[in-house]
Design a binder for this molecule. Structure first.
Ligand code: UFG
Length: 324
């Protein structure tokens, strides 16, 4: 297939592009390099340096390639930041995505795989969270992802677009074959922050709250390896294009780890002390969030293969240990 990967130079986008290339597809990456990196591009994929807010350029790109599908990963993704800077999330995640949906409709691209998020669920009413769980986001980021899911539902009805909404749990880890090495810029997520502390980019890190209703008081999250996510995109695109049907599924490892457990595993794997200080709670953080990904298995045959905590940390450390 001929695939346009919007946000393909980013952390997850580069893993997804690699997977499609490995599976024999043609890929074109469209990215403004605001958080993506030139070093995450692959010579086999064409590259357009462009912004989703530049509608004429976006439309021209979409019309130029005879694309069968687009993958949309271009978004801001820090849940904590979204509570402080909602305007940024409205602009990038909502306005930017509407440009993509309108341009795709105009260019006649019929298959869209969208990076959604477990943040659409909010505080769990039961665990593990499956796709039937109510969607009541706790943070503005999650709200933006949920809104796009709803827009996609309308574009399916009105424009005949097949979509897959992939609700990622916490993405982490680096390419299992070691081909992707771009560090995330100013990361806000736990595992890259732990890595930055382990390799000395940071002196110490903070644990946001140890008074949650969890066994050790720190928040519990389900994690998923970037290589597993990439495989999920490929299977989801096969499904929606062959079945001519849309789909919304969780992608996670069906296991939760507390912040303290993640830090302790990282200390063990890296052999570094990783100083961590207890700080106040971060706004918008649910106490526990982990998935049932049974539906992804039943519909796509997808299952997390590399998402155990040791592999998540080890593949990250393989990239970070060369820094400093
Ligand atoms: N945390 C710390 N210290 C840090 C960073 C994070 O204690 O320096 C804690 C957070 O408070 C939270 C946990 O680690 O309890 C995980 O936080 P992340 O920022 O890594 O991830 P979130 O769970 O907030 O959100 C992430 C992605 C979202 C995605 C969500 C899905 O950033 O895009 O996972 O589960 F939607």
């Amino acid at each position: 297939m001929n695939i346009l990967v919007i946000g393909g130079a980013g952390y997850i986008g580069s893993h997804v592009t690699r997977e499609f290339l490995d599976n024999g597809h043609n890929c074109t990456v469209f990215d403004n390099l605001s958080s993506g990196l030139r070093g995450n591009l692959f010579p086999e994929a064409s590259f357009f340096h462009g912004d989703i807010h530049d509608y004429p350029h976006l439309l021209k790109t979409m019309k130029s390639g005879g694309f069968d599908a687009l993958i949309h990963l271009a978004a801001s993704k820090a849940a904590g930041e979204s509570m402080l800077k909602p305007e940024k999330y409205s602009h990038n995640n909502i306005a930017g995505t509407l440009n993509i949906l309108n341009a795709a409709s105009e260019a006649g691209i019929k298959n869209i795989v969208f990076s959604s998020s477990a943040a659409v669920y909010g505080n769990p009413q039961y665990l593990p969270i499956d796709e039937k769980h109510p969607t009541l986001p706790e943070n503005y980021y999650g709200f933006t992802k949920l809104e796009i899911e709803r827009f996609l539902g309308w574009y399916e009805k009105l424009k005949g677009i097949n979509y897959a909404c992939l609700r990622y749990f916490n993405a982490a880890g680096y390419d299992i074959k070691g081909r992707i090495k771009g560090l995330e810029q100013n990361p806000a997520n736990l595992i890259p922050i732990i890595m930055e502390t382990a390799c000395g980019i940071r002196k110490e890190m903070q644990v946001f709250g140890n008074d949650y209703d969890t066994p050790d008081g720190t928040c519990i999250r389900g994690y998923v390896h970037a290589s597993d996510l990439a495989a999920g995109h490929s299977l989801a695109l096969d499904y929606i294009s062959k079945e001519q049907k849309s789909l919304t599924v969780n992608l996670g490892s069906e296991k939760g780890f507390s912040v303290t457990e993640v830090i302790e595993t990282a200390r063990k794997v890296t052999g570094k002390p990783i100083p961590a200080k207890i700080a106040g709670r971060r706004a918008g953080d649910p106490a526990k969030l982990y998935d049932s990904s049974t539906l992804a298995f039943e519909t796509l045959g997808w299952k997390a293969r590399y998402s155990d905590m040791e592999t998540l940390i080890k593949t990250s450390w393989d990239v970070y240990k060369n820094e400093r």
